[in-house]
Design a protein around this ligand. Structure first.
Ligand code: 13P
Ligand code: ZN
Length: 271
């Protein structure tokens, strides 16, 4: 059996959480990541028959029974993951009943997965239904994106359009746009269901006055989506109070989308 501390997926979680913390997206225990793993690969590091304990999910995840995830722990600080992965992360398998998680590794201090696991697993199910290669769901509280929530209308067409205007590459990176939810109580099945509904259409979902979710095939893709939104939101916040002299026009966004061959939300432009 190989040493799990050397597993590439543990390494990716350590690096990503450290990066997100460094960027100021994850104060205190803010943010969470879930990453669906390959069973054969996990089997090289862990005995898959050794269930440390079971943890109730509190919702139905029958569509993904048997799937294995590495997930950040609830109440755990992203800044601490790199130094102590086994306490701050856990590897869980969705049991055959679809309502229980089997702990295979981690949460060493008796902890459990993020309180946002409903939103994560429901988002995984929603993304997998439209993209069978989806693997990662990420949530965080990026500063400028959050600031923008207080001064910009929380309308997904208008919000996406403003972000697309802020950096030339935005429409190429997230041509599918950004879904927006109003403020809702976090950690609940309701916000999970609402997020998953948006995830059928978008890889990015803003939680009004709270933060953002993203989903992707790889850690880099998922991180890069939030990074690009956050950069655009920063430009917006640096310029929103100043007279606008120049902008990227809708016709230019069409040029970009066509040149890079991306399928974009035409209904989010004003042509
Ligand atoms: P957890 O500590 O349960 O992951 O919650 C953090 C968070 O960002 C809630 O939305
Ligand atoms: Zn949060």
């Amino acid at each position: 059996m190989k040493n799990i501390m050397n597993a590439p997926f543990v390494e990716e979680m350590r690096k990503t959480t450290a990066n997100m913390y460094r960027l100021g997206w994850d104060e205190r225990n803010g943010g969470n990541i879930s990453y669906m793993l390959d069973e054969v690969e996990v089997g090289e590091y862990l005995d898959l028959n050794n269930i440390i304990r079971t943890i109730p999910l509190g919702f139905d995840a029958t569509a993904i029974t048997g799937k294995i995830f590495i997930v950040t722990g609830t109440g755990k600080y992203f800044k601490n993951v790199d130094g102590d992965p086994e306490t701050n992360l856990g590897i869980v398998r969705i049991a055959d009943d679809g309502r229980t998680a089997e702990l295979l590794w981690g949460y060493k201090d008796g902890g459990k997965f993020t309180s946002e696991f409903p939103a994560h697993l429901m988002s995984h199910m929603a993304r997998l239904s439209v993209d069978p290669e989806n693997r990662v769901v990420m949530h965080c509280h990026p500063t400028h994106t959050l600031a923008m929530n207080y001064v910009h209308e929380l309308d997904e067409k208008k919000f996406t359009h403003t972000l697309w205007e802020m950096c030339t590459e935005c429409i190429v990176v997230f041509p599918d746009g950004v879904g927006v939810l109003p403020w809702m109580l976090c950690g609940t099945n309701s916000i999970g269901e609402a997020t998953a509904e948006k995830m059928k259409e978008f890889r990015l979902v803003v939680w009004g006055m709270h933060g953002i979710y993203s989903a992707g095939k790889t850690m880099d893709e998922t991180f890069g989506l939030i990074e690009t939104v956050e950069k655009a939101a920063q430009i917006y916040m640096l310029t929103a109070h100043l007279p606008r002299i120049n902008t990227i026009k809708d016709e230019e966004m069409v040029e970009l989308a066509e040149f890079f061959g991306v399928n974009y939300r035409k209904d989010f432009l004003n042509l």
